[in-house]
Each structure stands twice: as C-alpha cells, then as structure tokens.
Design a protein around this ligand. Sequence first.
Ligand code: UD1
Ligand code: UDP
Length: 348
Amino acid sequence: MGNRPQFIKSAPVSAALRAGGIDEVVLHTGQHYDDELSAVFFEELGLPEPTYRLEAGSGSHAEHLARMLPGIEEVVLSTRPAWTLVFGDTNSTLAGALAAAKAGSPVAHVESGLRSFDRTMPEEVNRAVVDQLSRLLLCPSERAVDNLRTEGITEGVHLVGDVMLDASRLLTPLAAERSQKLGELGVSPGGYLLLTLHRESNVKAEPLVRVARALAGLDEAVLFPAHPRTRAALERTRTPLPDNVRLLLPLGYLDFSALVTGARLVLTDSGGLQKEAYWQKVPCVTLREETEWPETVEAGWNQLAGTDPDQITTAVACAATRDVHPALYGNGRAAEEIVRLLATIDPA
Ligand code: UD1
Ligand code: UDP
C-alpha cells in the first residue's frame, strides 16, 4: 500500500488478521509521503509499522510504476507470502499486483470489480489490470461481481462488502467522542459544506475555475481540506477561491470523519468519501460525470454534477436527506470475511 485511502482500508483488515493469528508483512511504497497523507493514519489507526518502505514518491504514469516494481518484487521474492493483498485502484495497487503476479505470489484484491467505464481515469486502467491478475477478487457490491462477470471473470470472486464500512462503523463513534475539530474551526453541525477535490481530471485550470465559480454562488461556508496536489494546482493556475471557502490542510481520519458527520452536504470527487457521506446520512454532490458507487446515486443521496457551475448550484440546492436509506456495501464485517477466505482458500 502507499496512499491515504489504502491506509484506512487496511486498518480493519490488519486488525482481523491479528485476531486470526495470521502474520502480516506491510510494504509501504512511499507514494504518499507527507505526514498528513500517511503518518497520521498509522498513528491514529494503530496500523503496524511497515516492515518495508520504498521511497517511490508519487506520479500518475508508467515511470511511477517503474520506480515501484523492482522494490516490491524483491520483497515478495524474499518473504514468499501465502497471499499478496492489494487495496483499491491506485498505482501502488497495480505495482503490488503486477510485481506479486510476476514473482509467482497469488494476489488478493480488496475492492475488486469496481468500474467507472471511463478509461481516461488512471484508476480505471489500474482496476481492470489488477482484477485480471488477481486470484481472489473481493467485491464490495453485487454490481462489482456483475462487472467482473461481464469481463468473463467468475473464478475466485467473492462478495464480502466494503472494508471502508468496517472502518466507518468502528471509527465514527470514536471521532464523535475525541475530535474537537468543529469547535476549533468555529463551525456548528449543519452550518457548513465540506469539500474535497483531487482527481487528475479536476486539478487543471478549467475545472478548478468552474468549481470556484460555483462555490462563489453558494450562500454557505465551505470547509476545504485540500490534497497537496490540489493546493499546488490552485497556486499554479492562479485560481482564487471565494471568501466563503476555507482552505485547510488535509486532516486525519477522526477529525475528517467528525467534519463529515457535521456537514450539511459533502462536495467531492473522492471515491471513498461518497460512501462515507452515505453511511453518515449526509447528502453528497459528486464533482464527476460518473461514479464507481452508483448505488448511492440510485438511493437518492448522491448527485453527479461534474464541474459545471449550474449543475453544481442546482445539485446543492436540491440536496436533502431522505427517509429511505438502504443498507449498502455490506454489514461492516468485510474484513473478517476476507481473513476467513484468505485462511481457508488454498492459493496453489
Ligand atoms: C492518488 C491515486 C488516486 C487516489 C489518491 C488518494 C494514482 C494514480 N492516484 O492520487 O487514485 O484517489 O492517491 O488520495 O495512484 N503529493 C504531495 N505529497 C504527498 C503525495 C503527493 O505533495 O505525500 C503531491 C505531489 O505533487 C504529487 C501529487 O500530489 O505529484 C499527486 O500525487 P499522486 O500520488 O500521484 O496522486 P494522488 O492525486 O495523490
Ligand atoms: N480523508 C481524510 N482526511 C482528509 C480527506 C479525506 O482522512 O482530509 C479520508 C476520507 O475519510 C476517506 C479517504 O480519506 O476515508 C478518501 O481518500 P481519498 O479521497 O484521498 O481517495 P479516494 O477515495 O478518492 O481514492
């Protein structure tokens, strides 16, 4: 693993591995290296210190993979794991799966089968390749299982639910108890919108200007813990943010979770956050044209607005909580099921 959402996804799995008496060797690729995108999660989620650390740094393209592959291969060859577990859809996921498959270690993919059907997204390419390489395909939803079936992948496919729900169930109450963030920021529950934005397609001048224009038209305070990539893009493109937007550093999981709970609405292009907003019964406006989590849209809690200012404004005005809130993405015990499968399925 190597990215913020992977540290979070690994927390419940790591705990379940420990409970099952299974040894876990953690390799951190170094894709995310700033403390607020990496170290903070190890500290507050009690993750085991990585046994191996590469310093691959970030990047979106082939050269980035090339920086990660040899180091991962070396670790797989020297430790010979029964399974190599990879999470999600980032370059670290792809590098892990590819290096393991080449080194002859069976790959288990957590969050398998998701598709946005937009191959211009770096993540979509990663997902499709990782699923081809995986022996155990651990799906968070029925739709993910169907997506794999459409691609002819049926062996080793298991519907286990979403490990992010496990994390959310466990940590949201802890966040409510421990986080002082709303007080520190001087905001009240329901009195602000929460924004995150970091997708490659959105951190360019045109979409940034469009989003800023939409935000300027909102008569509400917006808290914006910005990914360093987005902060840099705002500076590079000289895109000013309107006065109602408060730019913050990225937050740890607990403080961020407390801000989600208290938000009137979440605006985001994040994958994970669309679901966390749903589970916390906070309406979401997704700043993308498509989503890997269409069930949240079908349930009426998430709207796809892209980056068009009019669409964003309309979506924010229409967003409201609903009476109906079907259970989505499992029962909060995905990690246990994953560990059961890892322990019982013969990888040979
Ligand atoms: C990556 C994943 C994305 C995931 C996101 C989670 C890929 C292709 N993308 O995107 O799927 O949603 O992580 O947050 O793997 N940077 C820093 N400090 C850091 C890390 C990055 O300043 O610790 C800056 C660098 O300028 C870097 C840029 O952010 O070039 C992008 O980082 P990168 O890891 O390539 O992509 P993310 O946008 O983080
Ligand atoms: N998150 C966080 N602090 C922040 C922003 C997000 O802890 O300042 C968490 C969020 O709760 C979710 C995860 O990071 O669990 C989502 O990661 P991100 O949006 O970076 O990646 P994606 O899900 O889009 O791959």
